[in-house]
Design a protein around this ligand. Sequence first.
Ligand code: APR
Length: 237
Amino acid sequence: MPEFDRIVILTGAGISAESGVPTFRDKGGIWATYDYRDVATPEGFEKNPQLVHEFYNMRRRAHQSVAPNAAHFALALLEKTHPGAVTLITQNVDQLHEQAGSKNLIHMHGEALKGWCLGCGTRMPWLGDMFLETACPVCADVGTLRPDVVWFGEEPYHMERIIKELEQADLFISIGTSGNVYPAAGFVQVAAEYGAHTVELNLEPSEGRTHFAEAIHGPATDVVPAYVRRLLDAALT
Ligand code: APR
């Protein structure tokens, strides 16, 4: 394996599946039970905020009872040990990457364990339930709180920085994402256009599989630690 200096990694729901967090589009996934238009769009929130709060209260509780798996830990080890830069971009709103020890982490779709007050603009850690009647702890406004997650139709966070990272990447790795949701699904093409080697690590070939130069299919807890070992062996020998 050639040596790579700057590594950029994109993760999706598949990396957390073996920790017990359901994915969205697999059989029995979240969008098989819920219509995303009801619970993950600004229009859905306007129409029925109580339902949206209930959905995120449930997910927030679930996220606090799971632990990182071998794939999350392998990426944290890569960041710590790789001689060059490692940037981790996640579409996941869980906190498993940071719990595993990743530091250079971008939550492009926000974080389930944060709240955002549309009244005063404050973003804050939020571990308990949130309701329409909950007052903002900062400005005391009522009815202005929402989960700090990016919904369909909203612009993902930190896009300028992400594009810069993709343009400078020598290696782009996509892990556990179906390649259905843009802009993340297009990152492989940006990185490839700017010269990066591109790799997909996923349970099965994704929607974007033809855009990757290399693909390894299997459960994240197998394929991610194995790939990280290969990278570290190449860099450190
Ligand atoms: N190991 C590796 N990959 C897995 C595993 C596993 N154990 N289990 C499932 N996968 C793969 C599936 O094969 C699928 O390709 O993970 C992918 C999950 O795809 P999605 O459910 O579509 O999740 P994701 O790509 O993260 O969704 C993107 O869509 O609904 C929005 O905002 C939400 O961030 C999310 C975005």
